[in-house]
Design a protein. Structure first.
Length: 109
């Protein structure tokens, strides 16, 4: 199984090459790379994703859609927290003091 074997999506695909995360859909035989791509395949959503055939149960399709939405929400929340932490750090940085004024010109004798 993959990195997160608790993910229920792994039971609906076959690992072809574990090193490259190459998977085959158990419903239609389509091959792809990555479990997220597989979920998009089952959910019939995502950019440039070949959708699974009608042999995929509708309940599973709905579960995958929900998982993808939850994953997206978690990712957005993480990005928001990181952005806020960075902004906070930038606000707390004390500006460097201005350079000292140049010395007065020496009197001409």
């Amino acid at each position: 199984m993959g990195r997160n074997s608790l993910d229920m999506a792994w039971q609906y695909c076959t690992i072809i090459d574990k090193k490259k995360n190459h998977l085959r859909c158990n419903f239609c035989g389509h091959e792809m790379h990555g479990i997220t791509r597989f979920k998009e395949h089952i959910a019939q959503m995502g950019a440039d994703v070949k959708t699974c055939t009608d042999s995929c149960p509708q309940e599973l399709k709905q579960e995958m859609i929900e998982e993808l939405v939850q994953h997206s929400l978690k990712r957005e929340e993480k990005e928001r927290r990181l952005r806020e932490a960075l902004q906070s750090r930038l606000m707390n940085v004390t500006p460097s003091p201005p350079p000292p004024p140049p010395p007065p010109p020496s009197p001409i004798s």
